[in-house]
Design a binder for this molecule. Structure first.
Ligand SMILES: C[C@H]1O[C@H](OP(=O)(O)OP(=O)(O)OC[C@H]2O[C@@H](n3cnc4c(=O)[nH]c(N)nc43)[C@H](O)[C@@H]2O)[C@@H](O)[C@@H](O)C1=O
Length: 317
């Protein structure tokens, strides 16, 4: 089976490539001119890379015609919420144009290809207490442009399924983390700061934003296993939550990380890290996906935090 991963050089993309190779799939992926291939260098030449800008229609059509994938995992996106406030149009444009080009290229090529769309728990946005744990039927009340872009990707997937009968499944993935997580995201940002403090590279002050928000974290390695099962077993046209089913405050997550270090660290709020609006609490109900595939998360949160710190310690060794 030929799998194509958009965003293969990124965090989830690189873990997914490893997972699919371990399941005897042929793996290809799209890279941008500006992408670093650091996270997948160890997988070359087993994975095939295609230079392709998803916002360039001709690029995408040519890539799909060349690869003729049996399945596509569409992960590439502008995924950092704060950037979506700074550049709302760029976020919406990148995320929507890229996906439309992909859907159109597959449709026009007339190939039998399953698609998985990586959407997001951010689509739920302002969740009311009675909505927790969040089911796929919970109303969508987006709080940032990124969330709007993901709702649009989600509904485009539904529309192409209905209009053309394409096999498209949509995952509303809650926060996920682990080794290689981009340093702008909270878990990696804090882990990196801790390691910099351990190495004496910065004073022992760790800068934070809103520590009150609660997030439902899953290990990236559990998430990519879910993605493979989803494309194999899920019903097209449907949307599925991928979550752990519990949440913790960002402050608790920080305490876990700090407890795994022997350094003495003081915490300081950096007002620049606060957002115009922050989703207060996300807890996902993943029972729909569990009933379909048998999946449940396996890696304990403390292990994920330990592995994330080990990743940053290795980066600074
Ligand atoms: C599911 C969803 O998951 C991710 O979106 P996110 O939840 O915005 O992720 P994050 O790691 O940037 O923030 C998590 C929380 O942590 C708070 N927070 C406190 N202090 C800092 C801080 O210093 N940095 C950051 N980044 N956040 C901080 C921040 O205010 C927020 O409440 C993306 O993968 C997105 O693509 C996606 O789809």
């Amino acid at each position: 089976m030929k799998a194509l991963i958009t965003g293969i050089t990124g965090f989830a993309g690189s873990h997914l490539a490893e997972h699919l190779l371990a399941h005897q799939m042929e793996v290809s992926g799209t890279v941008r001119k500006t992408s670093s291939i650091k996270h997948i260098a160890h997988l070359l030449p087993a994975v095939r890379l295609y230079e392709c800008e998803l916002t360039n229609e001709a690029n995408v059509e040519k890539m799909i015609a060349d690869v003729k994938p049996d399945m596509i995992f569409h992960l590439a996106a502008q995924s950092f919420v704060p950037k979506s406030w700074e550049s709302p149009l760029e976020t919406i444009y990148n995320n929507i144009a890229g996906q439309i080009h992909l859907l159109e290229a597959v449709r026009k090529a007339g190939i039998n290809c399953k698609l998985l769309l990586a959407c997001s728990s951010e689509e739920y946005g302002q969740v009311e207490t009675q909505d927790i744990p969040i089911k796929e039927t919970t109303p969508l009340r987006p709080l940032n442009p990124y969330a709007v872009s993901k709702i649009t990707q989600n509904y485009l997937g539904y529309q192409y399924f209905r209009s053309y009968g394409m096999h498209i499944v949509c995952m509303r993935t809650f926060n996920h983390t682990g080794p290689r997580r981009g340093e702008q995201f909270v878990t990696s940002n804090f882990a990196r700061q801790i390691v910099e403090i351990e190495r004496g590279l910065k004073p022992p002050i760790l800068y934070v934003g809103n520590l009150e928000a609660k997030r439902d974290f899953t290990d990236v390695r559990d998430v990519v296993r879910a993605y493979r099962l989803a494309i194999e077993k899920c019903e097209p046209g449907e949307v599925y939550n991928i979550a752990s089913g519990s949440s913790r405050a960002i402050g608790e997550m920080l305490q876990t990380l700090v407890s795994l270090s022997s350094s003495t660290i003081s915490i300081q709020e950096d007002p620049a890290r606060l957002r115009p609006a922050d989703v207060p609490e996300l807890i996902g109900d993943y029972s729909k996906f569990h009933h379909r595939t048998g999946w449940r998360p396996e890696i304990p949160f403390e292990q994920t935090m330990q592995d994330l710190l080990s990743y940053w310690r290795a980066e600074f060794s």
